[in-house]
Design a binder for this molecule. Structure first.
Ligand code: RIB
Length: 303
């Protein structure tokens, strides 16, 4: 379905350490955990994995170090069929994320950016070949790399999808005209000052983002409420699918990748968001980041 689509992801590559506990500790409190494990993560690598599992041809552009985590992460990208030739290995330390999951599957994440923040903007731009039809970026690398690659791809007529995670007030004005700009609830608050908690605030935040970014569509990821689309004239809410939630980590990455790929295939943002909702619902029913991404058949059989 997506095998003719060639995508590039400029983004983060992290080793995730995941610890779960029924109740997460308060300040100064010590609690016993129930499980722990390591997972291949980073918003960029998760989105690249989601794209390749759905059948696209994917090039990862980023940076790690030559430490054990860096080697394992690059090997994992390759074993998933991702072209890792755009991943530089001369970073100071590979990115690391500590992910705490509570009994309801909700997470809290601390990310040490390391090499992710050291991507050289021009090198990243030079890694975007002419046959790319989709560029996916997030905010977990340095701002200059995101701005340079987005502006380059927009000017080349490539479909550009910007996932606005993690939450920060990014300089959207320096990166104009992406195809889809997609923050979650906390990222929307960080970018606009407005928490999208009801239809009025969803509309207000979407309008601010539309004005600041000049993106064609604003897609807010609203967690268990699904997502919204603002096209400059009309607000559409698309409800989430029911799921047995065990770990919400990387569900947004999964949503963004599936939505982006379907948009390149169809040009229809609404059906693309619906597919993203299905993919996200599958991801939250599994533990882990990149490992929780579904394939096309799993999405087809869902709901
Ligand atoms: O979006 C989930 C990701 O955020 C995790 O894999 C972790 O690495 C952090 O970057």
């Amino acid at each position: 379905m997506y095998k003719n689509i060639k995508a590039a992801v400029v983004g983060s590559i992290n080793m995730d350490i995941i610890l779960s506990a029924q109740k997460l500790p308060e300040v100064g409190e010590n609690v016993l955990g129930t499980t722990y494990g390591y997972s291949h993560g980073g918003k960029g690598a998760n989105q690249a994995t989601a794209l390749v599992r759905l059948g696209a041809n994917v090039k990862m552009i980023g940076k790690v170090a030559t430490d054990d985590n860096g080697k394992a992460l690059v090997e994992n990208l390759k074993s998933n069929g991702i072209d890792a030739s755009g991943v530089a290995t001369d970073g100071s330390a590979t990115g690391l994320a500590a992910i705490l999951i509570d009994g309801e599957g909700r997470n809290r994440i601390i990310v040490y950016e390391g090499a992710n923040a050291e991507i050289v903007p021009q090198t990243a731009v030079d890694s975007i070949s002419d046959d790319i039809s989709l560029l996916l970026v997030q905010f977990e690398t340095n701002e200059e790399a995101v701005i340079s690659t987005v502006n380059y791809a927009v000017q080349k007529g490539i479909t550009v999808v910007v996932d606005c995670g993690p939450a920060k007030n990014f300089a959207l004005e320096k990166m104009q005209g992406a195809t889809i700009l997609s923050p979650n609830e906390s990222e929307t608050k960080a970018l606009t000052g407005v928490l999208p908690e009801d239809e009025n605030s969803i509309l207000e935040a979407s309008k601010i983002l539309f004005e600041r970014s000049k993106a064609k569509y604003i897609v807010l990821k609203l967690g268990e409420r699904g997502c919204s689309v603002w096209d400059g004239e009309k607000l559409t809410l698309l409800p989430a699918y029911k799921s047995n939630v065990v770990d919400t980590t990387a569900a947004g990455d999964c949503f963004t990748a599936a939505m982006a790929l379907e948009y390149v295939r169809t040009g229809d943002v609404y059906s693309s968001c619906n597919l993203g909702n299905k993919a996200g619902a599958i991801a939250v029913s599994r533990i882990g980041a990149a490992e929780s991404m579904p394939n096309v058949e799993e999405i087809r059989l869902f709901a």
